[in-house]
Design a protein around this ligand. Structure first.
Ligand SMILES: NC(=O)c1ccc[n+]([C@@H]2O[C@H](COP(=O)([O-])OP(=O)(O)OC[C@H]3O[C@@H](n4cnc5c(N)ncnc54)[C@H](OP(=O)(O)O)[C@@H]3O)[C@@H](O)[C@H]2O)c1
Length: 332
């Protein structure tokens, strides 16, 4: 796979691997053996950038993802980049499948989080440490000061923010330079194009999460797709309903047309569109399947010209499409 840069010094594969779905949000966790196999295949395919978070677990083991990755990534630690996240936990009293998030960016909480993540990930440093969501009670400047101290201590190499606007990015960056912003970005969720000029000006990478709109842009799902109501967020995501599948026909045919033209799959076009847009966008599609790891990696071989990217943007702006999942509720 080709490579890209996060900030000036973190070299990563042009697509990262989103590891959340291996243990969280998309049904029951896959086994440790499956995770190790997936990671080893990802390494063979050239993935060098792995995304996790301290909260990607289950009710019985809230930190399962980091634990599994700690084992699976250990043999490759010296040649990969790990991103993990702090600053939220779930409201376990909620009956929703996608439980509300409770932000907590107090210094003491962060200091406990980093040590626990380092232990679970079996490493002495995190390459990029993101604040998962803003805490309305703690100014981002205070969080930035904690990040500065963690960088000085060598516990993290760089830091980032997730789901943030341009003003928050600037305030944080003024205290301790931000290397990456991890925001939702896909053909169905383009609202964060509003931060592009800020990212470009400040030399901050966009790590695009849910880049395939939780999988729907691959065209692999239809109105009959079934998702477990207790463990799979897709059971309550608006883009997976029967009506949405109908409402998104124009979007699917746009993807299909480009897929035919480029001898690619719809999923690859959804990723190539953002890869070809800016050299500092790094999508992190998630999958639990080796075949899809391969398919997604090949998105970086597809060339869409500036004119083609602009034509897609124009078509997306003009077409009607369904609502798309916008994230779990934040409880303060
Ligand atoms: N910062 C944040 O707040 C935040 C929030 C959400 C996610 N993330 C990160 O972003 C990563 C990716 O986001 P995401 O997993 O929500 O969404 P996504 O990458 O848009 O979609 C993942 C889903 O698409 C399916 N899929 C992947 N490749 C496919 C292909 N080629 N064909 C058909 N289906 C395919 C996967 O199913 P299979 O497993 O069955 O292949 C999975 O259910 C996560 O793993 C996580 O690391 C961050």
């Amino acid at each position: 796979m080709k490579t890209r840069y996060i900030g000036n010094f973190l070299k990563v594969s042009s697509l990262g691997l989103g590891c959340m779905g291996m243990t969280h949000a998309y049904g029951a966790p896959i086994s440790s053996g499956q995770i190790r196999n997936l990671i080893s295949k990802a390494i063979d395919l050239g993935y060098t950038f792995f995304d996790t978070a301290e909260i990607y677990g289950t009710a019985s083991n809230p930190h399962l993802n980091e634990e599994e990755l700690g084992h699976a990534l250990a043999p490759y630690r010296d040649r990969i980049v790990i991103g993990t996240k702090f600053g939220i936990h779930f409201d376990m009293n909620s009956s929703l499948v996608n439980k509300p998030l409770i932000p907590d960016a107090r210094k003491d909480t962060i200091l406990k989080s980093i040590d626990a993540s380092l232990k679970r990930l079996r490493t002495d440093h995190i390459d990029i440490y993101y604040q998962h969501r803003q805490d309305p009670h703690i100014p981002v400047e205070e969080v930035a000061m904690v990040m500065e101290a963690l960088i000085k201590d060598g516990k993290i190499l760089s830091w980032g923010l997730s789901e943030v606007d341009a003003e928050t990015i600037r305030r944080a960056h003024a205290v301790c330079p931000v290397s990456a912003v991890q925001n939702r970005y896909s053909m169905m969720a383009r609202h964060y194009e509003s931060v592009f000029s800020t990212l470009e000006e400040l030399n901050i990478a966009l790590v695009a999460f849910s880049p395939m709109a939780n999988g729907v842009l691959s065209g692999a799902y239809n109105a009959n797709s079934q998702f477990d109501k207790n463990t799979d967020y897709r059971s309550s995501m608006p883009q997976f309903t029967e009506e949405s599948m109908k409402a998104n026909r124009t979007l699917f045919s746009l993807l299909n047309d480009f897929a035919n033209r480029k001898n690619a799959t719809m999923g690859q076009i959804s990723l190539a569109w953002m890869l070809c847009k800016k050299p500092w966008i790094i999508p992190i599609p998630g999958t639990t399947k080796v075949e899809r790891l391969k398919e997604n990696a090949k998105a970086d071989e597809i060339c869409l010209s500036n004119a083609e990217v602009s034509a897609i943007d124009k078509a997306l702006s003009e077409m009607k499409m369904s609502a798309v999942f916008g994230g779990s509720k934040i409880k303060s």
